[in-house]
Each structure stands twice: as C-alpha cells, then as structure tokens.
Design a protein around this ligand. Structure first.
Ligand code: CA
Ligand code: CA
Length: 172
C-alpha cells in the first residue's frame, strides 16, 4: 500500500468513528451511534436492549480513549487517532476489535428482531444508519453472511470489524 492509499484508509476509519463529523472522536459520537441504531429498530433507550447498547457504546469509547486520547482531554483528534490507534489497528486488529465487542453484541441484540440472529437485511440497516452508503451497506451485509444461511453471527461481525480496522502502514 502506498502512503496516499494509507492516508485515504485512515481518513475513512476516522470518519467512521467521528459520527457527527466535527473533526474529533468523543463520547458523543458513540452515544449518537447508539441512538441511531435504537431509532432504526424502534427500540427505546430505557429498554434492557437500549441500556445494554448505551453501556456498550460507553465501554467502546473508554477503550478508544485509553488507546488514542494521548493528552487526556476526552477527545481523539485525527492526529491522535493516527499516532495512537493506527499502530494498534495495524499490529493487532483482532485485539482492537475486542474493545468493540460489548457494543457489537448489544447492536446484534437490537437488530435481531426474531431471536434467530440478525439477517443481512438488518445488518445493512445498521450499517446505513451508521453512515455507510446504502449500496455498500447491502454488499457488506451480504458478504457478512459467509455461509449463506441468512443469519449473521457475532463472530462473523467481530472478525469483519477487525478486518475493516486492520490498516497496513506503508512502512509496515
Ligand atoms: Ca465527533
Ligand atoms: Ca485528546
């Protein structure tokens, strides 16, 4: 990967986390993501699933801040993301993805409308409300159901998230 490609990928990952697009990642971005998912599936914040989702979002933010908020001001700037998070993303995306597990687990519970596991369609709805373009969301969601049984497992989602996060630096 050349450095322009690397910069583009890092910028895309940063934009994924900076949900409100104000130039830094903070707790608000994670709670906004939780709210968007709940709204999409008509789930209230006070329900058990809603509370679990906000708790997962907070844990995800704390994990992100622990890795990347170098100056401790409760904001992760693009520079902090590149220096703090990108190295972890590159060296061990699977471990990085583990900080997202409680959030992903809670998202799955919200998106799993009949108790059989989320369908690719439900996964596409989640990706769309989190800012993925509609066409791409459909493709990614279909690919997530690797064995084609019409349901997506937590492990499939976690490993896909790790794959998405794993960005190779040009000098790696
Ligand atoms: Ca933000
Ligand atoms: Ca900071």
């Amino acid at each position: 990967m050349d450095s322009a490609e690397y910069e583009r990928k890092i910028a895309a990952r940063f934009a994924t986390f900076d949900q409100d697009g104000n130039g830094y990642i903070d707790r608000e971005d994670f709670s906004a993501a939780a709210k968007a998912v709940l709204a999409e599936f008509g789930t209230t914040a006070r329900s058990d699933k809603g509370q679990a989702l906000f708790a997962g979002a907070e844990a995800f933010w704390q994990g992100m801040a622990g890795i990347a908020d170098v100056d401790g001001d409760q904001r992760v700037t693009r520079e902090e993301f590149i220096t703090g998070a990108a190295k972890r993303l590159r060296d061990n995306p699977q471990r990085f993805a583990e900080i997202a597990r409680p959030f992903l687990h809670a998202v799955i519970a919200v998106a799993d409308e009949d108790g059989g596991g989320p369908t690719p369609d439900a996964a596409a709805r989640v990706l769309r409300v989190l800012g993925t373009p509609a066409e791409l969301a459909g493709q990614v969601a279909t690919a997530l159901d690797g064995d084609g049984d019409g349901r997506i497992s937590e492990e499939q989602i976690l490993s896909a998230f790790a794959g998405y996060c794993g960005v190779e630096a040009p000098d790696a």
